[in-house]
Design a protein around this ligand. Structure first.
Ligand SMILES: Cc1cc2nc3c(=O)[nH]c(=O)nc-3n(C[C@H](O)[C@H](O)[C@H](O)COP(=O)(O)O)c2cc1C
Length: 400
């Protein structure tokens, strides 16, 4: 008998993803770096926060909707951009359709497997994400392409510092999957015939190219070709960030802030919003959990720009906690990737439904009429939970 494809928690989706994906693809989604401390803390810090619910006077109607940089979303969860190939043949188009069906915003990575034009066609509320990679002409050309495709905002992710190596070992991802590579990978892939079959039905193997970084008149680079260009690009200064912001004449979100001083510089650079993020624990390990540094950043710049958060969100209750501590919205990464692996587009919709209903339960139980009423008074916050990096406030701050 075929098992019900619906799952009730993100943990269950992850469990199914692990069973369905070849080990190397699953390993690429787990990601993390070094000891894996940050990835673990992002998740566990949410569990360390408690709720302070009410028992009566609840509201039958609750409004979860909001806007992010002027774009409407039915509830405050966005798809975080992830440059992961080979999870599902429809990749980011399936994710974008799921997001559109649930009325939420799609973040598309420039390292994604699907062209921005196809993704915007599937979800007009798409934000396009770029790294600081290549020369300025190439970056302008990529921004122009995304703008012409109809992307509604730019996400600049600037927190990557090429930290490689994991104590549990990194998956061996090939540069390109041709017949020879497929044979070499066969022992890892054959125990997962369902995954292979989903690709086989489309008549192609995952080609691991990066269509959004294709130069005009050229061919799309491979994932590792694009990565090499990025590694060779001199890192950006704050003037470069200002330049990038000026080149994109629409809403601009800077992703990867954990320090108060950086948040202030981001405001000076003219950003519309920032995401408190440590790249899901994939970059500098032992960077603190994002939820612990969120309040300091909201306090510093929250009255000037929108502050979002990503990292470790696995439940609707986590979304409520981030909002209570001042986030306008959150972005999710692994949660929807597990859903995509478990059940394609429907699996991503399933994850979004889990997030929505968990958030709604929290808003109901806390006695609110909507997400805008959430505040720190709704939470039980352990002593010493909040951290301030690169700022003056708080006893556990790290000073310049
Ligand atoms: C496998 C993987 C690939 C990612 N690729 C990108 C990317 O291309 N661009 C980007 O801005 N962030 C990327 N991220 C980071 C996510 O956008 C997001 O910050 C992170 O996943 C949030 O943490 P969570 O997975 O715990 O939700 C990636 C994350 C993962 C797990």
């Amino acid at each position: 008998m075929r098992r019900n494809p619906w799952f009730e928690t993100v943990a269950e989706a992850q469990h199914r993803a692990e069973k369905r994906l070849p080990a190397m693809v699953y390993g690429a989604l787990v990601a993390g770096s070094e000891r894996g401390r940050t990835i673990e803390h992002n998740v566990s810090a949410f569990a360390d926060l408690g709720f302070a619910p009410r028992v009566a006077g609840h509201h039958a109607q609750r409004d979860l909707s909001t806007t992010v940089m002027g774009v409407e979303t039915s509830f405050p969860v966005l798809i975080s951009p992830t440059g992961v190939q080979a999870v599902n043949p429809d990749g980011e188009v399936a994710v974008a359709r799921a997001a559109a069906n649930r009325g939420v915003i799609m973040g598309l990575s420039s390292f994604a497997s699907k062209p921005v034009e196809e993704v915007v066609a599937a979800n007009p509320n798409t934000f396009y994400q770029m790294y600081w990679s290549g020369d300025r002409d190439a970056m302008v050309q990529r921004m122009d392409r995304a703008r012409k495709a109809g992307a509604k905002a730019l996400i600049a992710t600037l927190d990557w510092s090429f930290s490689h190596g994991r104590d549990w070992g990194s998956p061996a991802i090939p540069d390109k999957i041709d017949f020879k590579t497929a044979m070499r990978l066969a022992p890892g892939v054959l125990p997962r015939p369902g995954w292979l079959w989903r690709f086989a039905k489309t008549g192609r193997v995952p080609d691991l190219t990066v269509p959004n970084l294709q130069p005009p008149g050229g061919t799309a680079p491979t994932f590792f070709g694009a990565y090499a260009e990025w590694m060779q690009t001199p890192p950006p200064t704050w003037d470069d960030v200002k330049w990038m912001r000026t080149e994109w004449d629409g809403p601009f979100l800077l992703k990867g802030i954990t320090r108060v001083d950086d948040a202030r510089k981001a405001v000076d650079a003219g950003v519309t919003a920032l995401s408190v993020s440590n790249h899901g624990g994939n970059n500098l390990d032992t960077t603190p959990a994002t939820i612990r540094v969120l309040p300091s950043i909201v306090e510093a710049v929250g009255d000037q720009i929108e502050v979002l958060l990503d990292g470790g969100v696995r439940r609707g209750g986590d979304v409520a906690k981030a909002l209570a501590l001042g986030a306008r919205a959150v972005l999710i990464g692994r949660a929807y990737l597990w859903g995509l692996a478990a059940n394609g587009q429907a699996g991503v919709e399933n994850v979004l439904d889990i997030m929505r209903s968990g958030l709604d339960s929290a808003v109901l139980g806390l006695g609110h009429t909507g997400v805008r009423d959430l505040s720190p008074r709704d939470l039980v916050i352990p002593p010493g939970f909040h951290l301030t990096l690169g700022g003056e406030t708080g006893s556990d701050s790290t000073k310049d």
